[in-house]
Design a protein around this ligand. Structure first.
Ligand SMILES: Nc1ncnc2c1ncn2[C@@H]1O[C@H](COP(=O)(O)OP(=O)(O)OP(=O)(O)O)[C@@H](O)[C@H]1O
Ligand SMILES: [Zn+2]
Length: 656
């Protein structure tokens, strides 16, 4: 394909020539090739970012096609990263796109790997992956542009270590939770029954064989009604029998057994506790055979004050609300959810109001299908909005429960939205956000930090965008306030003691420190049993962080990012010992380059001065596990980044 002048003329005209030529040598990592990712990949390819690595763990689903326009129907089930790269590559032949079909959390994407990029652009859909990439970017000192959309709302946030706050500086709200007893005994809204079905009932029947007793003990400690807890304990015991029936090839009435236990016996047990139903409407035990043969006559649901419960029609059927309101109370557009592209027939079927008998029949058929899957070797099955068997089961069982409690029913469509926490995905929102990401990325590239903005797309037609100056880091942040250093070592041979003593140097014995990997304590001032253990035996391996925390709080936490040794690192030779066993010989010693701790020590002494401290944090420290580890200059540059100012220093752990 020819490089016609027209292809680049717009980008050249908009960007100044210097920036445009810089783009060609810019290497970016794009994490996520979904809704935002597809738009963004197109943008950065057309803008002319020279080298783009696009990483996504997923394959293409038919429901992605309405907005992830780099994919076509023929690509369904293919890796997103691969197809996105193939489709976008011809947009600009001057750009090199490297696709990776993988989880960004895999250990090979270590600090060293991140440092090859000039910046990282996140186009993810979950908190866990976002927090992971944030931490890696903070450790590797690589600028990150974070983004997200929810319906008509969106946000773009540039995050630079020591310049702005990081993604974790402000704790994120945790998803809404419900008290255990509301879910287990006293639901009052459809969502309570849906959560019960997908998180509790599915787990009890099709999940791992766990003891639910602990959760109940906790609930009791938190002051929940002890008689009620006792009833729930009995309920948990009875689950064992139905679990066995579901897995037994000869049991053909497993669905009925589950029904009898959950919608009849358990409810009868709860009714015994008269106290519980003084101020609320008691549930109704359901009758399997009577519902199937159409003779089931439910007693009228009455509240304590004698009024009829809402949303029950004359035939005793639960009535779907049809309101299209999701769990958060926000309106869910029926035309824009990712689930809405299975064709009109499915949509109609899914949006149909289900009668009590419909729900029971759906309950029987879905329980049978799930039981069959268990009998065919699936060990556990959990809810997945795109797994029809589980969606049918959750729809039917939550509606049956709603019926028993006099709560309105929901259509399969509504249950999918509520149980799957589906927030409408709007292609235009993704496109606007992807455009804003590029603008922020260009400021990052120009190092024009005063122009960086936290940009919000809001549901205000008069002011759709608001751009806010970036906040400073939260001094208490446990992620971006740490002092990071890459630790290049062989975790199978390096011991915890070597690392800690090496880093502490002369301060060892003077200063009391504790050592952590994530939330695990590996040593504290009075407990050093792990010092002789190798990092590998302590599961401190590539991609993880070893944190050394000063008990006095005078030193910033030192977080060592475990990375691979460079390819030129001398490997130990296998030697035979006197018993004829092949041992790995220790690496031969060479003179130490510098006493292990003095470099770090000097810098930590300087940490009272903010500017010096920033310098320390900006420097990379290469901590090696033996005195032979002389890196060539290229490797050193590769480890700490080339434009961080000043030569990096190599710390050698003294293992004498
Ligand atoms: N840990 C991870 N590693 C790599 N890619 C990830 C990771 N977590 C999420 N992603 C990817 O981020 C992308 C987010 O895109 P998007 O929000 O459009 O989600 P989706 O899964 O495509 O759509 P939907 O959730 O609406 O069905 C997805 O393609 C997803 O595979
Ligand atoms: Zn932070």
């Amino acid at each position: 394909m020819s490089t016609a002048p027209g292809r680049t003329s717009h980008a050249k005209a908009i960007l100044d020539p210097e920036l445009y030529s810089k783009l060609a040598n810019t290497s970016v990592l794009l994490v996520g090739a979904g809704g935002i990712g597809c738009e963004l990949l197109k943008n950065i390819v057309l803008t002319g970012f020279g080298k783009i690595t696009v990483l996504d763990l997923d394959t293409i689903d038919i429901s992605n096609l309405n907005r992830q326009f780099l994919f076509k129907k023929k690509d369904v089930k293919q890796p997103k990263a691969l197809v996105a790269a193939q489709t976008a590559a011809p947009f600009n032949p001057n750009v090199r796109i490297i696709p990776i079909h993988d989880n960004i959390k895999e250990p090979q994407y270590d600090i060293h790997w991140y440092q090859q990029f000039d910046m990282v652009l996140n186009a993810l859909d979950n908190l866990d992956a976002r927090r992971h990439v944030n931490k890696m970017c903070m450790a590797a000192q690589v600028p990150l542009v974070e983004s997200g959309t929810a319906g008509y709302l969106g946000q773009v946030q540039p995050l630079l270590k020591d310049t702005t706050e990081c993604f974790d500086c402000i704790p994120k709200p945790t998803p809404k939770t419900f008290p255990v007893c509301t879910i287990r005994s006293t639901p009052s809204q459809p969502i309570h029954c849906i959560v019960w079905s997908k998180s509790y009932l599915m787990g009890q029947l099709f999940g791992e064989d766990e003891d639910a007793i602990e959760e109940l003990d906790d609930a009791e400690k938190q002051g929940e009604n002890s008689q009620e807890i006792e009833t729930l304990r009995k309920e948990a015991q009875a689950f064992k029998t139905v679990r066995q029936a579901l897995r037994n090839k000869n049991a053909n009435d497993a669905a009925k057994l589950v029904f009898q236990k959950v919608f009849n016996a358990d409810i009868k047990n709860l009714l015994i506790m008269a106290d519980m139903w003084r101020s609320r409407s008691p549930p109704i035990p359901l009758d399997y055979d009577a519902i199937l043969d159409g003779t089931f006559k439910a007693p009228t649901h009455t509240k304590a004050n004698g009024t009829a419960a809402p949303n029950m029609n004359a035939n005793g059927n639960a009535v779907a609300s049809g309101s299209g309101t999701n769990t958060n109370g926000s309106a869910a557009s029926s035309t824009s959810t990712s689930a809405n592209n299975n064709g009109a027939t499915t949509s109609l079927k899914d949006q149909r109001t289900l009668t009590l008998k419909d729900n029971l029949e759906l309950f029987i058929s879905s329980t049978d299908r799930l039981a069959e899957r268990l009998r065919n070797g699936e060990e556990t099955i959990s809810f997945d909005k795109d797994d029809d068997d589980t969606l049918d089961f959750v729809t039917a069982s939550s509606n049956l429960r709603s019926y028993a409690y006099g709560i309105e029913g929901k259509t399969r469509w509504e249950v999918k939205e509520m149980a799957g926490n589906i927030i409408p995905a709007i292609a235009t929102t993704n496109a606007i956000i992807a455009g804003l990401i590029v603008l922020q990325a260009l400021h990052v590239l120009k190092k024009d930090h005063t122009k960086l903005r936290n940009v919000y797309l809001q549901f205000k037609p008069a002011v759709p965008l608001s751009a806010i100056r970036l906040s400073q880091a939260n001094p208490e942040c446990g992620v971006c306030r740490d002092t990071y250093a890459p630790l290049l070592c062989d975790p199978a041979r390096t011991t915890l003691g070597e690392v800690v003593k090496g880093v502490m140097g002369e301060e060892w014995g003077e200063r009391e420190v504790s050592v952590y990997e994530d939330k695990r304590v590996l040593s504290d001032p009075d407990w050093e049993d792990n010092f002789e253990s190798t990092l590998e035996s302590l599961s401190v391996t590539r991609g993880k962080f070893l944190s050394i925390v000063d008990e006095e709080g005078e030193w910033a936490t030192i977080s060592l990012a475990i990375a691979n040794l460079p390819p030129n690192y001398p490997r130990p030779l296998p030697v035979e010992n006197e018993d004829g066993v092949i041992d790995l010989a220790p690496t031969p010693k060479k003179p130490r380059i510098e006493p292990a701790a003095s470099v770090l020590m000097r810098r930590l002494e300087e940490r009272q001065s903010p500017s010096k401290r920033r310098r320390l944090e900006a420097d990379g420290l290469v901590v090696m596990d033996g005195p032979d580890d002389v890196l060539d200059s290229g490797e050193v540059a590769g480890v700490v980044g080339v434009d961080q100012g000043g030569a990096s220093e190599v710390i050698v752990i003294d293992d004498d």
